[in-house]
Design a protein around this ligand. Structure first.
Ligand code: ATP
Ligand code: MG
Length: 169
C-alpha cells in the first residue's frame, strides 16, 4: 500500500493490485456519541435520483448543526460531486451520513463506498482537470477544498471509499 500525502487536509491511500488481503479498511467510522437527536443515515447510490436524495438528506442533517446557509450549500455540493462519481464510475454504491464529534466540536461526516473499478492513480485523480469522462475533472479536488477533511482510498478492481468531514466553526 502506498500512502501519498498531498497536503494536511488530504489522506490518500492507494492500494496496489493485485494484493492478497483485499481492500484495506480505513479507520473506524466515527459515530456521534452525544447530543444529536438525528440518527445517521445510510442510502444506496444507483441513480441520479439517489444522488439528489443524498444531497437533500445531507443538507437536512447538516442543518441540525450550526452551519451557515452558505456552508449548507457547500456541503450539499460536495455530497453531489462524490455521489455522482459513485454512480457514474462504479454504477452503484452506498453513502453514509453521520453527525460526529471531536471534543466539543460537532461535524457532518460523509462516507461513500463502492465496489467499482477503482482509481489507478489517486494523486492524478486529485488534480484539477483530470477526467476520464470528458468532465471538468474538478469533482474530487473541488470537494476536498469545500470540506475540512478528505480521505480517499482506492484499489483497482476493488473499489473506492471517500470519507469527508465538515466541522462547525
Ligand atoms: N468512485 C469512483 N470510481 C472510479 N473512478 C472514479 C471515482 N470517482 C472518481 N473517479 C475517477 O477520478 C476522475 C476525477 O474525478 P472528478 O470527479 O474530479 O472529475 P470528473 O468526474 O471526471 O469530472 P467532474 O468535474 O464533472 O466531476 C474521474 O474522471 C474518474 O476517472
Ligand atoms: Mg466527478
Amino acid at each position: 500500500m502506498i500512502w501519498t500525502s498531498a497536503d494536511s487536509k488530504t489522506r490518500m491511500q492507494q492500494t496496489a493490485s493485485p494484493k492478497p488481503a483485499g481492500m484495506q479498511r480505513i479507520g473506524m467510522v466515527e459515530r456521534s456519541t452525544t447530543g444529536s437527536s438525528m440518527p445517521g443515515v445510510s442510502m444506496p447510490l444507483r441513480s441520479d435520483i439517489d444522488v439528489l436524495k443524498a444531497r437533500q438528506e445531507g443538507k437536512a442533517l447538516a442543518a441540525s448543526l450550526r452551519f451557515s446557509t452558505s456552508e449548507l450549500t457547500t456541503i450539499a455540493t460536495a455530497i453531489s460531486e462524490i455521489a455522482r462519481n459513485t454512480v457514474l464510475y462504479a454504477t452503484k454504491g452506498q453513502i453514509m451520513l453521520d453527525i460526529v464529534q471531536k471534543g466539543t466540536k460537532r461535524g457532518l461526516q460523509i462516507v461513500t463506498k463502492d465496489q467499482g473499478p477503482g482509481i489507478p492513480d489517486l494523486a492524478l485523480a486529485m488534480q484539477d482537470g483530470y477526467t476520464t469522462s470528458h468532465g471538468l475533472g474538478i469533482g474530487l479536488p473541488g470537494s476536498k477544498r469545500l470540506m475540512d477533511e478528505f480521505e480517499i482510498t482506492s484499489e483497482v478492481g476493488k473499489g473506492t471509499t471517500i470519507i469527508m468531514k465538515k466541522w462547525e466553526r
